[in-house]
Design a protein around this ligand. Structure first.
Ligand SMILES: Nc1ncnc2c1ncn2[C@@H]1O[C@H](COP(=O)(O)OP(=O)(O)OP(=O)(O)O)[C@@H](O)[C@H]1O
Ligand SMILES: *[C@@H]1O[C@H](CO)[C@@H](O)[C@H](O)[C@H]1NC(C)=O
Ligand SMILES: *[C@@H]1O[C@H](CO)[C@@H](O)[C@H](O)[C@H]1NC(C)=O
Ligand SMILES: CC(=O)N[C@H]1CO[C@H](CO)[C@@H](O)[C@@H]1O
Ligand SMILES: [Mg+2]
Length: 332
């Protein structure tokens, strides 16, 4: 299909060139020049990622399938993320950028979900030049340079969005970020038509953090101790305590930030701690990804090798589904 499209295009161009040639050499040169430039651009855009529908096309079924089949034990997060991203991407004229804040214990799938979102919005997924991942400890390591980071971050975001409205920004390790830093991007997340001629309304911001993880674990433990089904847990069981513990925690990166004051975060997404059965699922998925036959025995060995908490009940995996990779190298 690629090749025939290009051939057809060339053919038309040449024909047009010949026809016009009969009349006026100057027009011909101009026309062919313009035509070649357009063709050049078409070919360039075909192979090189650009900010258009060919490279940025939201796949709603794709996101749903991925969340259903690849993400384990996160019924609340899965539902919120699907609804939020669906609604936002189907809205031609959003009033503000989409802002998601993902919270939870380590290894429960926060980066994983960001990756699934990126893969179903951008053809190039996380490799897209319109997806920007900031890691606090890497990009903003020194508290003393906070002023520099603030202006740098503002310039980056402005520059990146001027380049492409449909940009995705992921802020990892929010709990290690200086609280003032996140406030510096607040204007971009707000309900403005345009700021200095740039519209930020079609972009997506995702914040990742462990802040609030303990309060989520507490709720999950209460459910477990009451003998209730994990799937009975709802957002309202978690939301209030989550936003409070994040907002009032001076180590959350969100401490007293006006982002929460002003309701600029559209969704707080809780990630539940993972249980033994989810570790089994993660291990089997990893085996499949490696082209191995998923093996219950191996999965059991890997899952038994991990540490669980609280100490006596041993319900939740301390590292979630992290480190399964290396355990698998050992057992498979
Ligand atoms: N709920 C899950 N379902 C399926 N796979 C998962 C899940 N959670 C984690 N994994 C697997 O474990 C890996 C590590 O998870 P991830 O990096 O998303 O954790 P995280 O929540 O970002 O943890 P941290 O808070 O430590 O950064 C993922 O790449 C994925 O393969
Ligand atoms: C969307 O995702 C589905 C499920 O993963 C896949 O079958 C389909 O080909 C995708 N569509 C596009 C246009 O990429
Ligand atoms: C953060 O809060 C804790 C307890 O609320 C307190 O002990 C600590 O001094 C605070 N740290 C800062 C930097 O304010
Ligand atoms: C044009 C522009 O400012 N681009 C920035 C986009 O963000 C990255 C960081 O992910 C910066 O390095 C670029 O300079
Ligand atoms: Mg992470």
């Amino acid at each position: 299909m690629k090749v025939s499209g290009i051939c057809l295009c060339l053919h038309v161009l040449l024909t047009a060139g010949v026809l016009v040639n009969a009349f006026d050499p100057i027009t011909t040169t101009v026309l062919v020049g313009v035509g070649t430039a357009a063709l050049g651009r078409t070919i360039y855009n075909y192979f090189h990622e650009s900010c258009d529908k060919k490279w940025i096309a939201f796949n709603a079924t794709g996101l749903q399938t991925d969340l259903d089949e690849k993400l384990f034990g996160q019924h609340i997060a899965s539902r919120i993320v699907l609804k939020a991203v669906n609604g936002f991407m189907n809205n031609e004229n959003p009033k503000k950028p989409l802002v998601l804040s993902l919270h939870g214990w380590t290894g429960t799938g926060k980066n994983f979900v960001s990756k699934l979102i990126a893969e179903n919005v951008y053809k190039e997924g996380m490799h897209s030049s319109f997806v920007h991942l900031f890691t606090s400890t890497l990009h903003f390591p020194h508290p003393s340079q906070i002023a520099t980071y603030k202006s740098q971050l503002q310039q980056w975001i402005k520059g990146n969005i001027s380049n492409c409205e449909r940009s995705l920004f992921i802020f990892d390790e929010m709990d290690k970020m200086h609280p003032g830093l996140i406030d510096s991007i607040k204007p971009y997340l707000d309900y403005y038509d345009k700021l200095d001629g740039v519209s930020y309304r079609k972009s997506i911001f995702i914040f990742l953090s462990n802040a609030g993880g303990e309060s989520i674990v507490e709720t999950a433990l209460d459910f477990w101790r009451a003998g209730r089904d994990r799937e009975e847990m709802e957002l309202k069981d978690l939301e209030t305590s989550l936003s409070l513990s994040v907002f009032n925690n001076n180590k959350s990166g969100f401490y007293r930030t006006s982002l929460i004051d002003k309701n600029l975060v559209d969704f707080f997404v809780p990630f539940l701690p993972l249980e033994y059965k989810h570790i089994i699922q993660c291990t089997k998925a990893e085996m499949k990804a490696r082209g191995l036959e998923p093996d219950q025995n191996v999965a059991n060995k890997v899952a038994k090798d991990l540490v669980y908490f609280p100490k006596f009940d041993r319900v939740f995996s301390v590292k979630g589904c992290k480190t399964i990779d290396s355990k698998l190298d050992y057992y498979a």
